[in-house]
Design a binder for this molecule. Structure first.
Ligand SMILES: Cc1cc2nc3c(=O)[nH]c(=O)nc-3n(C[C@H](O)[C@H](O)[C@H](O)COP(=O)(O)O)c2cc1C
Length: 256
């Protein structure tokens, strides 16, 4: 049985919530999936003050006392995660963004490997596709395996044709996501993912030392010597590409 949790960034229980609920129920129709909807508006999420203590000293030292860790625990306890947000002024809602800012330290010290992610954006007219790209990119940097998200258009009053289009989009997305859940948890990285990993760790290795929390996190995980974030078999092409990335980023770092 897989557990999938959707985090909904709309304070009202309408299109974003309903799309997430429909997506989850589509998944349940495909197999043994346990689901949960987490409405971010039901949780206390404080606005990041920008002190960077989480980056530098560790998230345990954050001065904000809110439900951040409860929400992270929910993600850790899930096999799959969905971020669903309305499009507000061509971006995620403030509720979703406040939540994402609270997770930003995880981009430095990623941890959601082996978990499948997708995004759903509900928009009135325009701008949602860029938000989908943003959420998918962010999820990747948190460590997730990302199944490309989808934007639905919910301009009111909704026509039957529009509703059919949404139903179709969510059914297709659930199908792709379900296939993603069934795939191996630790896939071989593509060249872009490999490049970002090699770039980050080379820069860190050469420009930081163990007075830095991020450096110690990478060292503890063995990432300075590993092929990727998690054990994986790289074919000869990717092995070669990895070595080239290491060489390029070493030179770039030394040239700084
Ligand atoms: C403050 C605000 C800003 C919005 N900005 C946009 C926008 O930039 N582009 C767009 O297509 N729709 C925009 N909308 C429409 C919402 O994205 C749309 O109604 C969505 O379905 C709302 O989701 P909900 O039903 O879950 O609240 C905006 C709505 C609000 C309330």
């Amino acid at each position: 049985m897989k557990k999938v949790t959707a985090f909904v960034g709309s304070a009202r229980k309408k299109h974003t919530h309903d799309a997430a609920a429909q997506f989850l129920s589509n998944l349940q129709a495909m197999g043994d999936v346990e689901v949960e909807i987490v409405r971010l508006s039901d949780y206390r999420i404080e606005t990041c003050r920008g002190c960077k203590v989480c980056f530098e000293k560790g998230e345990a030292h954050c001065p904000l006392k809110d439900d951040r860790d409860v929400l992270i625990e929910k993600m850790m306890a899930s096999d799959g995660v969905v971020f669903a947000s309305p499009n507000y002024a061509f971006q995620v809602s403030a509720l979703m963004k406040t939540f994402l800012d609270r997770l930003a330290f995880i981009c430095h010290r990623p941890r959601f490997f082996g978990k499948t992610f997708t995004s759903i954006v509900a928009q009135g007219i325009y701008g949602g596709n860029k938000i989908v790209k943003y959420l998918d990119f962010l999820a990747k940097s948190l460590g997730f395996n990302v199944v490309k998200g989808r934007c639905i258009t919910t301009l009111e009053p909704m026509t039957e044709k529009q509703q059919r289009k949404i139903d179709k989009t969510l059914a297709k997305q659930a199908q792709r996501y379900y296939e993603g859940l069934e795939k191996p948890d630790y896939p071989s990285p593509n060249l872009i993912d490999l490049m970002f990993f090699r770039m980050g760790r080379t820069k860190m290795k050469l420009e930081l030392d163990d007075s830095s929390l991020d450096y110690r996190y990478y060292a503890d995980k063995g990432w300075f010597d590993s092929d990727f974030y998690y054990p994986t078999r790289l074919g000869p092409l990717k092995k070669g590409a990895g070595a080239v990335f290491d060489w390029i980023f070493t030179r770039m770092s030394k040239a700084r």
